[in-house]
Design a protein around this ligand. Structure first.
Ligand SMILES: NC(=O)C1=CN([C@@H]2O[C@H](COP(=O)(O)OP(=O)(O)OC[C@H]3O[C@@H](n4cnc5c(N)ncnc54)[C@H](OP(=O)(O)O)[C@@H]3O)[C@@H](O)[C@H]2O)C=CC1
Ligand SMILES: N[C@@H](CC=O)C(=O)O
Length: 405
């Protein structure tokens, strides 16, 4: 492609699109962007040099466009745009985690047949460069676990509730106003957004494609005042933790509100910040912490994808290695609830703290079966890390002793 054909086709000019645009302006590259595709022509917008249009095909079929930057909210429309752009041989940059998590296998086939490449660092944990890190530095190491805080909006909401006693509804409205939340914030608070990111990382770290519908996912919508009070009394915090771990070629995944102790690396990761902890055989444990949502942090990563070296592509070495790994749900975890006795049918072991309140050992497979019911019945469950379990067992030794006498 000649230098005359290096234009950008930007589709979507919301929170992230405008963040990306500001880096083009800062680097005097806005002349490479003659047209921006939006949906609603009647919206008031800041003036920019580009012309606003509403037909994505106009930039996808434009021969002067080398890179299509897809930053719209709808996942199905985004898939259509990305498919067409790759088929037209364009480089494609996207941040649409829902679209990517649901279609990654197909997208890789399309990329393999295309002259273009498909990069999407902005889709996972905003500004944190975790995909390229896994792709470039972990391809020769064996990753055993990835866990962390993968959603900025829910972390912002939980921080506001814990630090400043702001209500759930008010903190959610603030997260929306600040541009952290998805167009439909149910995706954030239900844990879906964190799950999409977890599944994308699972493909890069373990070479496995897993459907979102198969994984245990509990959001923060049902957290009660008594959960918060219990956390405060015990010097714990609640964070929405996404986790994938492997052992003996088996893989376990979950997204769960989780009590964490004050010595956890996640304890002071607050507001819209995210954290990704990667554990691998040679490197050991390391954690990346940074802004997980917002216009400029995400826009910067999109800009870096757009500027990636000419021959750079994700290698997907873990898929290519052909190592077989099996997705499993047969594992037990400990969960707390102020109505733990309602889960009687599923409990392996339980510690009753007071009346119906307590914590119990339950299987991931059972929780997957009842996760929709939990949501409908507004029942809250908070997982315990090993450290939180130890801390609670020490305090509730008496209750514990009674249980196992
Ligand atoms: N917000 C964040 O912090 C982050 C968001 N993301 C992801 O980035 C993507 C964009 O998010 P965000 O910027 O927050 O979303 P916004 O809702 O702020 O903006 C979406 C933009 O897409 C445009 N649009 C919607 N549908 C179409 C369509 N069919 N054709 C053309 N344009 C369309 C809208 O047009 P109009 O202006 O006319 O309404 C709007 O400009 C999403 O996939 C999101 O998950 C990823 C990381 C962080
Ligand atoms: N809604 C998302 C935006 C970034 O991915 C979040 O809150 O993390």
């Amino acid at each position: 492609m000649s230098t005359l054909n290096k234009n950008i086709g930007l589709i979507g000019f919301g929170v992230v699109g405008q963040g990306f645009y500001s880096y083009l302006e800062e680097n005097k590259e806005e002349k490479l962007l003659p047209k921006i595709v939006i949906k609603n022509n009647n919206k008031e917008r800041d003036e920019v040099k580009a012309k606003f249009i509403t037909e994505a095909d106009e930039v996808i079929n434009d021969k002067s466009v080398e890179t299509v930057v897809e930053l719209i909210s709808d996942d199905k429309e985004a898939f259509d745009i990305v498919t067409k752009a790759l088929k037209a041989g364009k480089n494609v940059v996207s941040a649409n985690k829902k679209m990517i998590a649901n279609n990654l296998e197909k997208l890789l086939e399309l990329e393999n047949k295309s002259k273009g490449r498909f990069l999407y660092e902005g889709a996972v944990c905003g500004s944190i460069p975790i995909i390229r890190t896994l792709n470039d530095y972990y391809s020769l190491d064996t990753v055993t676990q990835i866990q962390g805080i993968f959603n900025g909006s829910t972390n912002y909401i939980l921080t506001q509730i814990f630090k400043d006693n702001v209500s759930y509804q008010e903190s959610l409205a603030k997260a929306q106003k600040l541009g952290f939340a998805e167009a439909d914030p149910t995706s954030d608070v239900s844990g879906s957004d964190a799950l999409y990111k977890l599944l994308i990382l699972t493909t890069h770290a373990f070479g496995k494609f897993i459907s979102p519908s198969k994984v245990l996912k509990i959001g923060i919508q049902n957290i009660t005042d008594s959960d918060i009070a219990f956390a405060r009394e015990n010097n714990l915090k609640i964070k929405l933790i996404a986790s994938v771990k492997s052992n003996n070629n088996k893989l376990w995944l979950s997204v769960l509100p989780t009590f964490i102790t004050n010595d956890s690396v996640f304890y002071n990761v607050d507001n819209e910040f995210n954290a990704v902890e990667v554990v691998s055989e040679s490197i050991g444990k390391q954690t990346l912490i940074g802004k997980g949502a917002g216009s400029l942090p995400t826009g910067q990563v999109i800009y870096s994808d757009y500027k990636a070296p000419e021959n750079y592509k994700y290698k997907y070495d873990k898929i290519l290695s052909g190592k077989r790994i099996k997705y499993e749900t047969q594992e037990f975890i400990w969960v707390y609830s102020d109505k733990i006795t309602q889960f009687e049918k599923y409990i392996e072991e339980v510690v009753i703290i007071n009346k119906s309140e307590g914590y119990a050992k339950v299987s991931i497979a059972d929780l997957i079966k009842i996760q929709e019911e939990l949501l409908d019945e507004k029942l809250s469950l908070i997982a315990l890390t090993d450290e939180a379990l130890k801390q609670l067992n020490k305090k509730y030794e008496f209750a514990y002793a009674l249980q196992y006498a």
